[in-house]
Design a protein around this ligand. Structure first.
Ligand code: F6P
Length: 364
């Protein structure tokens, strides 16, 4: 039998299980294929003994409805920068990529399907260049991967954030408060922008458009002057002011121009008060709730189609490709192209202009 090895890498994301199930179901229609799974990204292969499991109908039955990943995941599994603990207890990293490729071949694997975000896709490209037959499946709630119009998980995250936004509306209204809601997205403002539009925020702060605190106060005052005694701000975790610095509550290098700044909602609150905002302000940081729970129908479908397509690319021997959703079609692009740049919000796009036209301020 021929073997395909599946793994999930990086942060989890609603829809991962639906991809795995799609691969297994599609592979079953080909008589001579077996599907294996490496537990916790590539770490399963690098462990002694290896933690590689058989993925079959029984294990994957009904999993498309569940969030998370049955294969587990980690962002500490880069084979090129593999963490090892020295005798004195300190940590360093070594390159185990050559060994990884050997180990994968040693168990008779013909092809690998790696489901992951930009970090995982970068690893896939390097492994492909080392001669591994690999296919990528794009995953992230942030929607910041180029080469695909949407990643699965993104719309679920937006739905979760919108549901929370709606809940904040009734309490804001009752107390005449300004509610600041912080959403994820790393260096991209997609989740924030979509949530601001869906929920009906007055202010939307995204990394792509640095804000001026005085402009936000202006917009809030305008709202209060209209007699509407409450307001909503959606802020992306990577948003930052034009002047001055945001001191990160938690800072975590994410590999490109922005740092992860969990807690920016609290900092914005202080900045607003310092800039003369007199309203009563409350902050909500949604955090990992945005990645949890059941994927919405769209993401289950997209993830399933990605799984089927990934296996078909294996059948066609189209290695070095990443599955993609473009112009309403499931297609494939080279991984190299997908990692060339990040997909961030274009401030001149129709979506941003439309948002402005209906009264959403970006604080610029
Ligand atoms: O990339 C997905 C994401 O949830 C980002 O939005 C966020 O910045 C990051 O992962 C959080 O990572 P961790 O799971 O390491 O806290």
């Amino acid at each position: 039998k021929r073997k395909v090895l599946v793994l999930t890498g990086g942060g989890d994301c609603p829809g991962l299980n639906a991809v795995i199930r799609g691969i297994v179901k599609r592979a079953k229609t080909e008589k001579n294929w077996e599907v294996l799974g490496s537990v916790e990204a590539f770490n399963g292969v690098l462990k002694d003994p290896m933690e590689v499991i058989e993925l079959n109908d029984k294990i994957t039955a009904g999993i498309h409805v569940k969030g998370g990943t049955i294969l587990k995941t980690t962002n500490k599994g880069n084979p090129f920068d593999f963490p090892i603990q020295e005798k004195d207890g300190s940590w360093s990293t070594i390159d185990r990529s050559g060994e990884l490729v050997e180990r994968i071949k040693s168990i008779g694997v013909d092809a690998v399907i790696s489901i992951g975000g930009d970090g995982s896709q970068r690893i896939s490209q390097k492994l492909y260049e080392q001669g591994l037959n690999i296919i990528g499946v794009p995953k992230t709630i942030d929607n910041d991967l180029s080469g695909t119009d949407f990643t699965f998980g993104f719309r679920t995250a937006v739905q979760i954030a919108t549901d929370s936004f709606d809940k904040l509306v009734t309490t804001a209204e009752s107390h005449h408060r300004v509610m600041i809601m912080e959403v994820m997205g790393r260096g991209a403002g997609w989740i924030a922008l979509h949530t601001a539009l869906a929920g009906g925020a007055e202010v939307c702060l995204i990394p792509e458009i640095p804000y001026d605190i005085n402009k936000i106060v202006e917009r809030l005052n305008q709202r209060y002057d209209q007699g509407k005694g409450f307001a909503h701000i959606v802020i992306a975790e990577g948003a930052r002011p034009k002047k001055g610095k945001v001191t990160a509550v938690k800072s975590d290098e994410v590999g490109y121009e922005h740092k992860r700044l969990g807690g920016v909602a609290y900092q914005l609150s202080e900045q607003l008060k310092a800039a003369g905002c007199e309203a009563d302000i409350r902050e909500t940081v949604l955090g990992h709730t945005q990645r949890g729970g059941t994927p919405i129908a769209f993401d289950r479908i997209l993830a399933t189609l990605f799984g089927v397509k990934a296996f078909e690319l294996v059948l066609e021997g189209e290695y070095g490709k990443m599955v993609s959703y473009k112009n309403n079609k499931i297609t494939a692009v080279s991984i190299e192209e997908a990692i060339r740049k990040y997909n961030i919000v274009n401030k001149n796009s129709f979506m941003v202009k439309a948002a402005r036209s209906i009264g959403i301020s970006f604080g610029d």
